[in-house]
Design a protein around this ligand. Structure first.
Ligand code: ZN
Length: 305
């Protein structure tokens, strides 16, 4: 299930990209600019060394007649803050303290379509690594990556309360922040022979306090970019216990029903599966998961599909 397609934290695509190299003689020297993602792996996004395959980046390139000059505002060596001005809410699923606060966690809250428990304890690996510890760790890693790209990142909680928050509050945090995108991070607790990840988007509905009609479509697009990038970076396959090739649409999750901003859930793997559990207990894999998450959110905010 591993396909080692990621390359050390860069956003390199699995396939060799064709770099568009624009050379300009400036200030008495040659500066080579790799094109931004889409047409090639480049330096302009500031996410690591370029992987321009063909160009010898140490030699002056021939003058490209008629080409426009360097990207306005792009300064070699200075990371481009492509998410500047954007707000992202990350919601680490569950709370390690939930198990000790069953009365508070079991009280019901209104999720629009019906009432549902405030939250659950979440699952755990067979060796006892809790889902809630996994989700908070990955949220921290993703936050660091997204902040480095210029985003403002808000967490629904940050290990700073004994239990909760409830699912309705988790949704409202994203709404109050007027998030450009929101993501709930989870891991699943399916039968041991099942494995893989999936993304969950909200169904379009208008019922009680729930009105996702305006955000269902952008959320589905977010789900798609996240699915693509998470798989590319981690090599994790689509969940083999659901249809939909790693993407489902649901109307029974309070965190989605009550959102007024584009939002999805990701179930990063099955903690009850030995292979997935080994991945999720490995900090290096969690870093990959965070990169896949950050890249999926970035693609969405940059309008990629
Ligand atoms: Zn969960």
């Amino acid at each position: 299930m591993f396909s080692n397609e990621s390359r050390g934290g860069t956003r390199s695509r699995p396939l060799a990209a064709t770099a568009v190299v624009v050379a300009a003689a400036l200030a008495g020297g040659w500066f080579v600019y790799g094109a931004h993602r889409g047409s090639g792996a480049g330096t302009a996004d500031g996410r690591g060394p370029a992987t321009a395959p063909a160009a010898d980046r140490t030699s002056p390139a021939p003058v490209a007649q008629g080409d426009s000059p360097a990207t306005p505002g792009a300064t070699p060596g200075v990371p481009r803050k492509e998410l500047a001005g954007r707000t992202i809410v990350l919601d680490p699923g569950h709370n390690p303290g939930n198990a000790g606060h069953t009365a508070e966690i079991n009280r019901s809250v209104d999720i629009g379509t019906h009432r549902k428990a405030c939250d659950t304890t979440g699952t755990a690996t067979n060796s006892g690594y809790p889902e809630a510890s996994y989700t908070l760790d990955v949220a921290h890693r993703a936050r660091a990556l997204l902040e480095a790209r210029g985003a403002k990142v808000v967490l629904t909680y940050d290990g700073d309360r004994p239990y909760g928050p409830c699912v309705d509050e988790r949704a409202r945090t994203g709404n109050a922040a007027h998030a450009d995108a929101a993501l709930s991070i989870h891991a699943d607790g399916a039968p041991a022979d099942k494995f893989g990840f999936h993304v969950i988007a909200p169904r379009s509905l208008h019922e009680g306090a729930a009105d996702t009609r305006a955000v269902a479509a952008p959320s589905l697009r977010l789900a798609t970019t996240l699915r693509t990038r998470f798989r590319a970076v981690t090599g994790e396959p689509f969940a083999n216990y659901l249809g939909g090739k790693g993407l489902t649409v649901r109307d029974d999750l309070g965190g989605l029903n009550l959102t007024t901003v584009p939002k999805v859930f990701i179930e990063c793997g099955n903690m009850r599966n030995a292979h997935d559990a080994a991945e999720m207990t490995d900090p290096a894999w969690r870093q990959k998961a965070a990169e896949g998450i950050a890249d999926g959110l970035t693609d969405f905010l940059e309008g990629k599909r």
